[in-house]
Design a protein around this ligand. Sequence first.
Ligand SMILES: Nc1ncnc2c1ncn2[C@@H]1O[C@H](COP(=O)(O)OP(=O)(O)O)[C@@H](O)[C@H]1O
Ligand SMILES: Cc1cn([C@H]2C[C@H](O)[C@@H](COP(=O)(O)O)O2)c(=O)[nH]c1=O
Ligand SMILES: [Zn+2]
Length: 281
Amino acid sequence: MRSISSAMRSLLSAPTSSPAFLPRSTALRPLLSLPFRPDLSRPRPLAPPARSLSKKAAAAKIRIDGRGSAMEAREAQSGEIHVIVGPMFAGKTTALLRRVQAEAGTGRTVALIKSDKDNRYGLDSVVTHDGTKMACWALPELSTFQDKLGREAYDKVDVIGIDEAQFFDDLHDFCCKAADHDGKIIVVAGLDGDYKRNKFGSVLDIIPLANSVTKLTARCELCDRRASFTLRKTQETRTELIGGADVYMPVCRQHYLDGQLVIEATRIVMDIERSTEVARC
Ligand SMILES: Nc1ncnc2c1ncn2[C@@H]1O[C@H](COP(=O)(O)OP(=O)(O)O)[C@@H](O)[C@H]1O
Ligand SMILES: Cc1cn([C@H]2C[C@H](O)[C@@H](COP(=O)(O)O)O2)c(=O)[nH]c1=O
Ligand SMILES: [Zn+2]
C-alpha cells in the first residue's frame, strides 16, 4: 500500500497534463513555502523585474497550456502575508510605505489601503508621524476594496498594503482570500494592543496566517528606553479613539505601569471632587 507521503510526493511532481488542477491544500503548503524572511525593509529578492501577467493569470496559463508542473502552478499563484505590529510611533507606517514602495520599484503593481476611521490627515493618503505620504484607498471595510477597484484592476494588483489594520473587522477573511486564493502579497501594519494592552481588533488573528511577523518598538517618551506599549494620556475609556501625540505616548513597561497608576489616581481624585461638589449644592 502506498504511504501518504509517497502519494504526496507524486502529486507534487506530477505534470499537469490534464486541465484538472490540484486543490490548494493548506496541508501541502509547508512543503512549498519560500524561505522565511522577516526583514520588511528590503524588497523580495525573488522578484522578477517586472511581470506582464498577474500571479493568478500566470497560474491559469500554466493550467490551460497544460505545461509545467503542479508545483509551478501553485508557486505562481501563492501569496504572502507579512505583519508589522508595535505601539504608536514605532515606525509601522514608515516600514509599510518603504516595503510597498520597494515592491513598486521592482515593477509590481501596488495598492495601499487604510481605514476611513482615521481621518487625521484627510482620507486620500497614508501619512507617517513625521510626514511621509502615499496615496491610498480609505475604506470602511476591506471587503469593499475589490468593488471599488473593479475586477480587472484588482486582478492586476500584486501587492496590497493595509495600514491601521486594527480598525478592520474583516481583516482575517480578507487576508485569507487575497493571499491564499488570489495570490496577493499582503503587508499589514497595525497596533497589536490597545491602550489597555488588550488585543486590538483582528490583528492578532492573522498571525497564524502570516509568513513573517515583526514587532517594532518606539522610544519611551519618559526615559528613552525601548517602548513596546502605548499610554493614553486622557481619561477617555472607549477603545477606538483617533489621535496622535496629543492623546498618546509610547512608553516602556515601567512607565506604562507608572502611567496607569497616575491616570487611575487622577480619576479617583476627580471623582471625589465631583461628588463633594454635588454634596455642596
Ligand atoms: N512621541 C512622538 N511624537 C511624535 N512623533 C514621533 C514620536 N516618536 C516618534 N515619532 C516619529 O514618528 C516616526 C514613526 O512614525 P510612523 O511610521 O507613523 O509610526 P507608527 O505608524 O508606528 O505610529 C518616527 O520615525 C519618529 O520620527
Ligand atoms: C492605543 C490606541 C490607539 N488608537 C488609535 C490612535 C491612532 O488614531 C491609531 C494608531 O495610529 P498609529 O499609526 O499606530 O500611530 O489608533 C485607538 O483608537 N485606541 C487605542 O487604544
Ligand atoms: Zn520609560
